[in-house]
Design a protein around this ligand. Structure first.
Ligand SMILES: [Zn+2]
Length: 281
């Protein structure tokens, strides 16, 4: 695996790097530290404590521009980068990840169409080393530009792989904009019910972000509880905590138009809203 020289590789149980990557079955790629735990708790829980499935996290940016207050008010960008690496490593340890990679790119590099820093190439190298069955990233209707740019880099990297190297499934997950608006039959349900204690512990390690002024921990849990209850109006709750995802698997095929694929979901949502109204107009 070829990473840039600022990248950090953390392997909680000390397994050799190649072996830790190779055992990965579920892999999440996020823009920032903490996104993985908020959007992809379901696969973390699915792999937790198992010997036949392993979760690996990849954080693409360096977390330099994050807001800060309280204990962190006087921290420089360099201080914040260091603090956020430690927080992400804590999460990887608590969550029993196979490996945690921090690629440490500035946001501008991720958002650059030219990709001068070679983010796509690096992700290709990660995918080849890990060969995950399932890949999780941001959904492309997210409102945070770095999230959308990260997901597009992931798709470009997946397109560069041969058909045999590609994962079975690719999912776009919820952070800055949930996916409740999607038509019910198109939602991918990600069960966040197992190990509720673990879920809280994972969110709790991101002190610099939470005490920095945003209760992401409560918000992420609240979204999961709301999704579980509001997912079906006529049935008892099947889930205790639920995240939604958008199936991005077809986007690995370079013939699929990315923008048309995503706006297709929006168009079907628009039609469903109109159809319901017209019944009673
Ligand atoms: Zn983020």
């Amino acid at each position: 695996m070829e990473l840039n020289r600022k990248a950090v590789v953390f392997i909680p149980d000390g397994t050799e790097e190649g072996a830790a990557l190779a055992r990965t079955t579920h892999l999440a790629v996020s823009a920032h530290q903490d996104d993985i735990e908020f959007m992809a708790y379901a696969p973390i829980a699915e792999c937790f404590g198992k010997q036949d499935r392993w979760f690996t996290g990849v954080v693409v940016t360096d977390g330099a521009g994050s807001p800060r207050s309280g204990l962190y008010a006087d921290c420089s960008d360099e201080d914040m980068k260091a603090i956020r690496i430690v927080e992400q490593e804590k999460a990887a340890f608590v969550g029993g990840y196979s490996a945690q990679l921090l690629l440490a790119h500035p946001s501008s590099a991720v958002k650059s169409k030219e990709d001068g820093e070679g983010v796509v190439e690096e992700l290709v190298s990660v995918f080849r080393a890990a060969r995950p069955r399932y890949v999780y990233t941001h959904n492309l209707a997210d409102k945070h530009e770095t999230h959308v740019a990260t997901a597009l880099k992931v798709i470009k990297a997946l397109r560069a792989l041969s058909a045999e190297e590609r994962p079975e499934k690719v999912y776009g997950c919820e952070v800055w904009r949930d996916l409740d608006w999607m038509c019910d039959e198109e939602k991918v349900f990600m069960d966040c019910g197992p190990h509720p204690n673990l879920m809280r512990s994972l969110s709790a390690v991101f002190d610099s972000q939470i005490i920095g002024g945003k209760r992401y921990d409560l918000a992420a849990e609240g979204r999961r509880l709301a999704n579980a209850t509001f997912s079906a109006s006529h049935a008892c709750d099947t889930y205790t905590a639920l995240n939604y995802a958008m199936d991005l698997t077809p986007l690995m095929d370079e013939k699929t138009d990315i923008a048309a694929y995503i706006t297709g979901y929006i168009e079907r949502f628009r039609q469903a809203v109109e159809q319901t109204m017209r019944k009673f107009l």
